[in-house]
Structures are given as structure tokens and as C-alpha cells.
Design a protein around this ligand. Structure first.
Ligand code: F0G
Length: 459
């Protein structure tokens, strides 16, 4: 397919360097086969995450100069609050330094020991904050999401019947929170429909359970709704966003994704006068700083206020999605399996399909991530059993529903030629995949969020 042209041109550049294959093999070995230990400068194309790795615009950089650094009541704070209210139609907007800070502030207000939280799928840090609050996290995505080859729209949706069954099983009084993650990152950046949001919210209402949105990629989700949900094909992105958030009472957001900043996050509360807001402010003051800056510098608040609008611009979203579709078409041509149709922020390659003989406990997603680095200096990450980790109660390795290697594409950063290098590297690896018959084992791991720090070695 045709590459959708960038609605911008490049004003400032960041040089890259490519190591030799021998150097890369040495670097990944020194990194204990954990890509998080690699230096950024040793990666030619860095697809570890789309979080905080985005390119800011000239308006955002100009905003950085104008940022108001007042400790309390900075004008940049008010500008951010105004943007947040305008876009989400929520009364209370709380800046925090990133998404997980929002989770740390908010989740203990809903969750404690003995409670569960249910989501279409929790991202790893979000799951960790549920567990840190003493509760247990349950994923409840539709079954279709578990079959990477099955091309269905809104593959990130909640399984609404299962949600209700889980509520009955655990008792409504024990379900502290239902979290709708848009887009569904762990299922492949797959979108959630308004219909599904409405139905999930209705179940929560029936059982008096708070309904919360994990909004990291809300703008990409809105783009999919406009493209694929008949009712909204003539609705503006902003109105789709307002419709999305209407059904929840609260949201947390990592602004490092769709708000196109390098650092930042938000908590939103629909009812600005609630007790909850007082508790959020109290927690925020303890953990993040005074509630008018929430762990961010004034310049960050200013860049975020601007980025929120740039991230919902339709021509930008079209280009963003076009880049994904172009990568997907190259993968389709080469017969490389991925979570299809392609999601909003990258390609989730089906590493189980690439390496059918490598068992989940030897981490096929990690195997492919390491091969991509060796092949072309591309840094990616495992979204599979390696990331999922051990059962918090039994400490046994969990088996993930998928074994993905995620190529998360930063926003406004890489060009068509870079996308071609990604596809070419995957094709090269696929051609030699039969030669790789074993994976990796963990030689050391910390107790929580182990994938960031674990040491591995080839089996
Ligand atoms: N929720 C979702 C759905 C996320 O994808 C992330 C982060 C967070 C919450 C936490 O936000 O990083 O700002 O603290 N995801 C990144 C990723 C790290 O690579 O997918 P954070």
C-alpha cells in the first residue's frame, strides 16, 4: 500500500549510528540478554516503547520556554486544566509525572487486600499497582483477542458476559474497580468500541462498581472508532473522545503516548466536587508534589497542554495510522504473523508462530527481540510470558495468552525508510527461524516487574 505522507517536515535531527553485527552480539550479551540494559546509543532504531519517545513540535518547544515555574498556581497548570476539561469534559484534572504515578495516587482509594480489579487487560505497571494496593488484577478481554491471526474489529474489547460472571463470582462488593484500557496495549494496541464501553459501563452501574479508563492511547482509540464504528463515522475526534469518557467516573493517563510529550500524566475525575478529589489531592501532595504541578516542571505542563491538542488532530492521526498500515502490509506480503489487524501504536509480532518449537518458559517473544537487535540494531520488547512474570501467590511462571515481540513506534520520529528496515529485518529472521530451536532462561530476577531487570542466558 501507499505510504501516508507526514503532515510535517523535519527541523531538528538526531544522528544515529549502526554498530556491526559482532558489536551488537557483544552488547546484548553484556546486557544479560535483557534489552532494557542496552544503552540507547547502541540501538539504531529504538522501538522499546512509544512512551516518552515522541518528537515534540515547534509549538511545544516554544511552550517549554514559556512554562511558568511558580510552585503553586502556575499559568501553565491552568492552561493544562483548561485543555483537559475541554477535551475530556471532566471537571477535575490532576497532573502527575507519568501514568503509573496516577495509578499510585488513585488505585489505593479503590483497592485493598481482598479486592479485585477487572480490566479488558492491564498493562504491566498497572497490574503492579493493583497488586501493590493489595488487590488482584483480572484480565477480561474478548476471546478473539487471543487469536493473533483472527482479523476482527475492536479486538481490544472487554468480554462483557465474562465481566458480569466475574463480578458474580467474586461478589460485587469485592470488585473495587473496573478498568477499561484504551487502546488495549497488551492485546496489541487493539481498539475498544464505544458500544463495548457503553455495555461495560452499564454492567458496572448495575452492580455499583466504579468504571475507570486507562487512557494512555485514547486518541488512537478514537481514530479507530471514527474509522470502524458506523455510528461515529461523521463525528469529530474530539466528540468521540468526549463520548468515550462520558461513561467513566475517573481516568488515569500516561501522557507520554498520545499527548506527545516526553514526560507527564493525568488523573481525571468527572465530578469535581467529590470526596475523591480531596483524597487525590492529599495523595498527590505526599507522592508527587503540590497538586498544581504534580511532579512536573511548569514547562512540562505547558508542553502537555499543547500536545493534548496535537495528539487529537485528525491529519496527524491519519498519518500515524498510515504508518502502521504500511508496516502491516509489508508483514502481510512476507507472511509474517502479528496481532491482526494492526493496532494503534505498533506491530505485535507473533513470536510463537515464528518459533513454534520454543516453549513459553523459554520466552519466544524475548528470543525474537534479541534476534531483531542482532539483525539490525532494532530494540523491541517481549509482551508475553517473560513480561507477565510469576504468579504473585504461587511464584510459578505464568503462561501468557500470547507471545508477542512488540515494535512500538514512537510518534513523529521514524520515516518510511526506517519502517522498511523493520520489515526487512523481520523477513530476514523469518527465513532463518528454523535454525533457532531454543530460547532463554532467567538466571536472576527481582520479585516484581522482573522483566525490566532480570538477567537471562541462552538455554
Ligand atoms: N497504562 C498503559 C496502557 C500503558 O501502556 C502504560 C505504559 C501505563 C499505563 C503506565 O504509564 O509509563 O507513563 O507510567 N506503557 C509504556 C509502554 C511504558 O511501553 O507500553 P507510564
Amino acid at each position: 500500500i501507499k505510504y501516508f505522507p507526514e503532515p510535517f517536515r523535519i527541523k531538528s535531527v538526531e544522528p544515529l549510528r549502526m554498530l556491526t553485527r559482532a558489536e551488537r552480539e557483544q552488547k546484548i550479551k553484556e546486557a544479560n540478554y535483557n534489552l532494557f540494559y542496552l544503552k540507547g546509543e547502541d540501538c539504531y532504531i529504538d522501538l522499546l516503547t512509544d512512551s516518552g519517545t515522541n518528537a515534540m513540535s515547534q509549538e511545544q518547544w516554544a511552550g517549554v520556554m514559556k512554562g511558568d515555574e511558580a510552585y503553586a498556581g502556575a499559568s501553565s497548570y491552568y492552561k493544562l486544566v483548561e485543555a483537559g476539561r475541554d477535551i475530556f469534559n471532566y471537571e477535575y484534572i490532576q497532573p502527575v509525572h507519568q501514568g503509573r504515578a496516577g495509578e499510585k495516587v488513585l488505585f489505593p482509594l479503590f483497592l485493598s487486600k481482598g479486592k479485585v480489579a477487572i480490566s479488558n487487560m492491564f498493562f504491566d505497571t498497572t497490574r503492579a499497582h493493583v497488586e501493590l494496593a493489595g488487590a488482584r488484577a483480572i484480565d477480561c478481554v474478548i476471546e478473539d483477542a487471543k487469536d493473533p491471526a483472527k482479523r476482527v474489529k475492536f479486538k481490544g474489547n472487554m468480554d462483557v458476559a465474562k465481566l458480569e460472571a466475574l463480578i458474580k463470582e467474586h461478589g460485587a462488593e469485592n470488585v473495587g474497580l473496573v478498568v477499561m484500557t484504551v487502546t488495549n496495549n497488551s492485546a496489541g494496541g487493539q481498539p475498544v468500541s464505544i458500544k463495548n464501553i457503553r455495555e461495560s459501563a452499564a454492567v458496572c452501574k448495575k452492580y455499583h462498581i466504579p468504571f475507570h479508563i486507562d487512557a494512555a492511547r485514547y486518541a488512537e482509540n478514537a481514530f479507530f472508532i471514527k474509522r470502524d464504528e458506523e455510528e461515529f463515522k461523521n463525528t469529530s475526534i474530539k466528540d468521540i473522545i468526549r463520548e468515550t469518557f462520558k461513561y467513566a467516573e475517573t481516568f488515569t493517563m500516561s501522557a507520554k503516548k498520545d499527548a506527545i510529550v516526553n514526560m507527564g500524566g493525568l488523573i481525571g475525575v468527572k465530578d469535581g466536587n467529590s470526596d475523591l478529589v480531596l483524597k487525590i489531592k492529599a495523595n498527590c501532595i505526599s507522592f508527587e508534589g503540590f497538586f498544581t504541578y504534580g511532579g512536573l516542571a511548569g514547562r512540562d505542563l505547558e508542553a502537555l497542554a499543547i500536545g493534548l491538542y496535537e495528539g487529537i488532530d485528525e491529519s496527524y492521526l491519519q498519518y500515524r495510522n498510515g504508518q502502521m498500515e504500511y508496516l502491516a502490509s509489508r508483514l502481510d506480503d512476507a507472511g509474517i504473523a502479528y496481532q491482526a489487524p494492526i493496532g494503534g501504536h505498533g506491530a505485535f509480532i507473533d513470536a510463537k508462530a515464528m518459533f513454534p518449537n520454543i516453549p513459553y518458559y523459554e520466552f519466544p517473544g524475548q528470543v525474537l527481540a534479541i534476534e531483531l537487535y542482532k539483525e539490525a540494531g532494532i530494540r523491541t520488547c517481549d509482551i508475553g510470558s517473560y513480561m507477565l512474570g510469576n504468579d504473585p501467590d504461587t511464584k510459578k511462571q505464568l503462561k501468557a495468552d500470547f507471545e508477542f515481540t512488540r515494535l512500538a513506534i514512537p510518534r513523529r520520529v521514524y520515516t518510511q525508510a526506517h519502517i522498511d528496515i523493520m520489515a526487512d529485518a523481520l523477513i530476514e529472521i523469518k527465513q532463518n527461524a528454523h535454525k533457532i530451536t531454543s530460547g532463554y532462561k532467567i538466571t536472576w530476577e527481582p520479585p516484581i516487574l522482573r522483566h525490566f531487570q532480570a538477567h537471562l542466558e541462552p538455554v
